[in-house]
Write a protein that binds this ligand. Structure first.
Ligand SMILES: Nc1ncnc2c1ncn2[C@@H]1O[C@H](COP(=O)(O)OP(=O)(O)OP(=O)(O)O)[C@@H](O)[C@H]1O
Ligand SMILES: [Mg+2]
Length: 250
């Protein structure tokens, strides 16, 4: 579905050019969940911006369903580390924003917005404003806003990094549930190895800058996964250890 064919991106700087990504080859199948990990500055956000059509590659091609990506697409959503909600809108109003911008049928999507908010534990908060919510709750609203139009591709740039450890784990578990019940092709950038192992079908490990694909690890652990005492604890720990060693050796 998403195809990266020898994708490179460099940036012009005062002292010449800086290669952020080099010769990235990656094929992501429909509804697959791919996590991307790598050191700070290795080009993870750049990779997402290339897939989102916000940035053009300086070499190679990015295609979605065989069509080269030159600009943002309606069926592709990018979610950031901070929720960036509109402070004057209610929770429901924020989730409905993309619907209003695209002039989609309000009644139908309102029902979906309510469903999504309930699913992430925000029933009863629909009419609140962002300042009345904790950071974790705000990020849940941003997740609902990202999912409201049923994107086919969900690009997430460290979406849970600003949250405390427990909230982060809860949100990852909710994302896992949502992906199991209504999957989208997902590319999830994180600095947390356990989070990558919990969520992903495949983990792409990038080398330090310029980012190259150093390894792609298949995570074959059955879902739902957890860090608690379930049947797969040993598999999860094994995968985490392998990725840890890979990253550290860089
Ligand atoms: N618009 C830009 N102009 C110049 N350099 C840029 C630009 N965007 C990114 N870079 C450089 O490209 C490299 C990769 O940046 P990028 O933000 O993709 O890294 P990252 O892996 O997301 O890092 P982090 O984990 O810290 O978020 C960095 O060295 C950065 O300085
Ligand atoms: Mg980044």
């Amino acid at each position: 579905m998403i195809d990266l064919d020898r994708v490179s991106r460099s940036f012009g700087t005062r002292d010449g050019t800086l290669a952020a990504l080099r010769d990235i080859d990656l094929r992501i199948a429909e509804n697959q969940f791919v996590a991307v990990i790598g050191r700070s500055g290795c080009g993870k956000s750049t990779l997402l911006r290339l897939m989102a059509g916000l940035l053009a590659p300086t070499g190679g091609t990015v295609t979605i369903d065989g069509t080269p990506v030159h600009e943002p697409r309606r069926d592709v959503v990018l979610m950031h580390q901070l929720p960036a909600l509109l402070p004057w809108r209610t929770v429901l109003g924020n989730v409905m924003l993309p619907v209003e911008i695209r002039r989609l049928p309000r009644a139908e999507y309102r029902a979906r917005a309510v469903e999504l908010l309930d699913a992430v534990g925000l029933a009863g908060f629909h009419q609140r404003h962002p300042y009345e919510l904790s950071g974790g709750m705000q990020q849940r609203v941003a997740l609902c806003r990202a999912l409201i139009q049923r994107p086919r591709v969900l690009l997430m740039d460290e979406p849970f990094s600003a949250l405390d450890a427990l909230t982060r784990e809860e949100l990852a578990a909710q994302l896992q549930e949502m992906h199991m019940s209504a999957p989208a092709t997902t590319v999830f950038v994180t600095h947390s190895i356990p989070e990558a192992v919990l969520l992903a079908d495949r983990v792409v490990v990038l080398s330090a800058r310029p980012g190259r694909v150093r390894r792609v690890l298949d995570v074959g652990i059955p879902r739902p996964r957890s860090f608690g005492h379930n049947a797969h604890v040993a598999d999860v720990a094994g995968c985490v250890a392998e990725l840890h060693d890979l990253l550290l050796r860089d």
